[in-house]
Structure formats: structure tokens, C-alpha cells
Write a protein that binds this ligand. Structure first.
Ligand code: DO4
Ligand code: MG
Length: 272
């Protein structure tokens, strides 16, 4: 089952078709057993309009985990070595406590087809294709979607204390197109990213969910230790794909992230 947020309301997709739900988004995110709740909706009002998904988030906070893949660790060590930050990334990769940071309020998140942004004061910007967990108020994983954790690598690399500015700004996060309902994603799931400029492929990369060093439950457990989320939250799980150091995003670039089980999240980089 896939759950979409649309301007008509929440739309649930079964292999047999789509239905429009009566519950509003935040109510759904508060349901204790979302899968069971949704399974009973199959006989609801059919939804036959073309699907135009919005960002699948309303009042949920978006958090993110970092340095959960070897590729992210090596990229970060390299970008911050002149600032003496390299060892932080090495250490957090192996440490028991993961890196967790606040990424965006729900209203700041862009959906499929919307523009994402690079900071005007950044020289080196990249997308980060990630699996995002939907976690309910009880700390239970209820689904997965695709996330793009847009990042300014020069700002992050200059000083690790600049991380919030490198990570959180208008247009720095996109999510979608749908929540794949369920608590587990198969380890073999692949996360593919393509970046096109003027119709030409600039970068193409892939990783698998199995390459993440930590378990999703472990990340959730740390996040929920001292935080409560009455309407649930979204947790980006880190990137395993980083373009080569010579690459930076430019306005007009088209970023396409594919996870076959979930769908395609495509965004264009805004002009400014
Ligand atoms: O520590 C910097 C951020 C790491 C991150 O966002 C990632 O690994 O995905
Ligand atoms: Mg990231």
C-alpha cells in the first residue's frame, strides 16, 4: 500500500486501485497501527483523478541521521580535513550514539516536481538521496519514503558547527512521492540518483539499503530517547551516494531519485 498526500486529501493506493480517505494527514500519522487502519479502507471512495502528490508531511518535524554509510564518512572526512573536523566524522561513524540533526519543519519541505534550492552563499552544493522513515508517536516505524537532504558541502566542511546552516534553509529538503506503508524495507532495496543538466547526465549513482551501518530502529530509538512527537516524525537515514568532489549543483539541474518500491522523487534546482 502506498499513501499519497494530495490537495483533495490523503489517497491510498492498493494494487486494485486508489481510494480517497476521510482522515486528515495528521490524524493518520497519530494512528497506532497505521497498516491495520489502512487495510480496512479498501472499500472506500474510489479516487480516479490524475495523481498529483504533495510533500507527504504536514506538522511532522523532519530529522536526519548522518554518516551512516561509509561513502558519507569518507566524503565528510575529506571536505573538513583542513578545518580539523575530519576525526569527528570518523568517530561518529563508529560511535554508539549516531549523528542526528533537525532538518526541517513540515511546512518547509518541497514535494515531487517542486523546486529545491542551493544556498546563495554556498559554492559547493549536492543532493543527498536518502530513505526517510515515518515514525509514529509511539516510536514505531509505519512507512518509508524518498528524501533529498540538500547540503552545502563548503559550509559544512569549513566548520562542523556550521552544519545547521549547511543543512537547513528554504528549499533544502524534498520528500515523496508516497509513503510505502510497512515497518520494513528489504535490504536489497536500491536507491538510485541521476542529475541532469541541459538534458545531459552529469552524475549517476546508486547504493542499497543494506549498506547502511546502523539499523533504522536504532536511529529511531536514539531520536525518541528525549524527544516526543505527538504527530509522529520523519527521519532521513543518511546518504550512501556522494558525487565526486569536483561536482556542484547548478540552477536548472534536474535531480531524480528512484526507489522502485516507493516511486520517483524529481526536483529541479531553483534559479536562486
Ligand atoms: O555530518 C554531516 C551530515 C551527514 C549527512 O547528512 C549524511 O550522511 O547523510
Ligand atoms: Mg544526509
Amino acid at each position: 500500500m502506498r499513501l499519497y498526500r494530495t490537495s483533495d486529501g490523503a489517497v491510498l493506493e492498493f494494487p486494485s486501485g486508489r481510494v480517497l480517505l476521510n482522515d486528515d494527514w495528521d490524524t493518520l500519522m497519530r494512528v497506532a497501527d497505521l497498516r491495520k487502519h489502512l487495510e480496512f479502507q479498501a472499500g472506500g471512495t474510489p479516487y480516479t483523478k490524475p495523481l498529483l502528490p504533495l510533500a507527504p508531511v504536514v506538522s511532522q518535524e523532519v530529522w536526519a541521521a548522518g554518516v551512516t554509510y561509509l561513502r558519507s564518512r569518507s566524503a565528510r572526512v575529506e571536505e573538513s580535513k583542513d578545518a580539523g573536523g575530519g576525526s569527528f566524522y570518523d568517530r561518529v561513524y563508529d560511535a554508539q550514539r549516531p549523528e542526528l540533526f533537525f532538518k526541517a519543519a513540515g511546512w518547509r519541505v518541497r514535494g515531487p516536481g517542486e523546486e529545491v534550492r542551493i544556498r546563495r552563499d554556498a559554492r559547493w552544493s549536492v543532493p543527498e538521496p536518502e530513505i526517510a522513515l515515518y515514525v509514529n508517536a509511539h516510536g514505531r516505524i509505519v512507512g518509508h519514503t524518498i528524501g533529498n537532504d540538500m547540503s552545502s558541502r563548503d559550509i559544512e566542511g569549513e566548520n562542523p558547527l556550521y552544519l545547521p546552516q549547511a543543512k537547513s534553509y528554504d528549499g533544502s529538503c524534498s520528500l515523496g512521492p508516497a509513503i510505502l506503508i510497512g515497518d520494513v524495507l528489504p535490504p536489497a532495496t536500491t536507491i538510485d540518483i541521476k542529475i541532469e543538466r541541459g538534458g545531459v547526465m552529469e552524475f549517476d549513482g546508486t547504493t542499497t539499503w543494506a549498506r547502511m551501518r546502523r539499523t533504522p530502529q536504532e536511529l529511531v530509538e536514539w531520536l525518541y530517547r528525549e524527544n516526543s512527537f505527538p504527530n509522529g516524525c520523519v527521519l532521513l537515514t543518511g546518504t550512501g551516494v556522494v558525487p565526486p568532489d569536483a561536482f556542484t549543483l547548478a540552477p536548472g539541474d534536474v535531480i531524480t531519485i528512484d526507489v522502485a518500491e516507493i516511486g520517483t522523487l524529481r526536483n529541479t534546482v531553483a534559479a536562486s
